[in-house]
Design a protein around this ligand. Structure first.
Ligand SMILES: CC(C)(COP(=O)(O)OP(=O)(O)OC[C@H]1O[C@@H](n2cnc3c(N)ncnc32)[C@H](O)[C@@H]1OP(=O)(O)O)[C@@H](O)C(=O)NCCC(=O)NCCS
Length: 177
């Protein structure tokens, strides 16, 4: 699938598979410490630990990724892990490489992930972010009003009803094929 971002750039995006190891590893290399800290809500995360964790999760979690069709480089990854199968609850995390942040990729991937989740019977997304993470807060708004939003010690926890129609960005610049 292809999306045209508001700045005119194109990205290709699709569900990730176990064979996408190389792209995931490359994506980790492209992340700044600030992005890793924002993603993991802590500083000093060791890249080696993240590599092992993300590769192990590749076959387990539901994940969607985007790449730059011009360079083939990865630009972002969104994933969820089922936290409570009986209740249909999944925990979501999104990471966009620094050069592509704020350009609409997170919105595209979250919309795709939401569609995948809804098709799999997931009814609730939960997630956490630093309270000062303006990008994550804005992105979360695309899921509609939270069922739960709790801020504690600089970390915000959300819960959202999963509705695929809501997560698709209203901007007409986005196209999918
Ligand atoms: C947070 C993150 C996932 C957002 O993804 P993104 O691709 O940058 O977001 P988008 O470009 O799709 O923008 C989504 C919304 O966030 C806003 N936004 C994005 N970055 C922003 C920033 N730094 N400051 C303020 N708003 C920002 C956009 O304006 C947009 O708002 P709108 O829908 O009202 O127009 C991404 O910046 C990232 O990976 N950061 C590092 C890791 C992280 O923090 N992950 C989240 C915790 S799991």
């Amino acid at each position: 699938m292809e999306a045209i971002l508001p700045d005119g750039a194109r990205v290709h995006y699709r569900p990730l598979r176990a064979g996408d190891h190389g792209r995931v590893l490359r994506g980790i290399e492209l992340l700044s410490h600030a992005s890793l800290d924002a993603r993991f809500l802590a500083s000093g995360y060791r890249r080696e630990r993240i590599r092992l964790d993300w590769l192990e999760r590749l076959g387990r979690d539901v994940a969607v990724g985007a790449c730059d069709p011009l360079s083939g480089e990865p630009v972002g990854l969104a994933r969820y892990v089922v936290a409570d199968a009986d209740e249909g609850v999944a925990e979501v995390a999104i990471t966009i490489v620094d050069a592509w942040q704020g350009r609409g990729v997170g919105t595209v991937l979250l919309a795709l992930l939401t569609r995948e989740a809804e098709a799999s019977g997931i009814t609730t997304f939960v997630g956490t972010a630093r309270a000062d993470n303006r990008g994550a807060r804005a992105l979360a708004r695309s899921l509609g009003p939270p069922a739960l939003s709790v801020e504690d010690h600089g970390v915000i926890e959300w819960s959202f009803a999963v509705r695929a129609g809501r997560a698709s960005h209203p901007q007409p610049a986005y196209t999918a094929a």
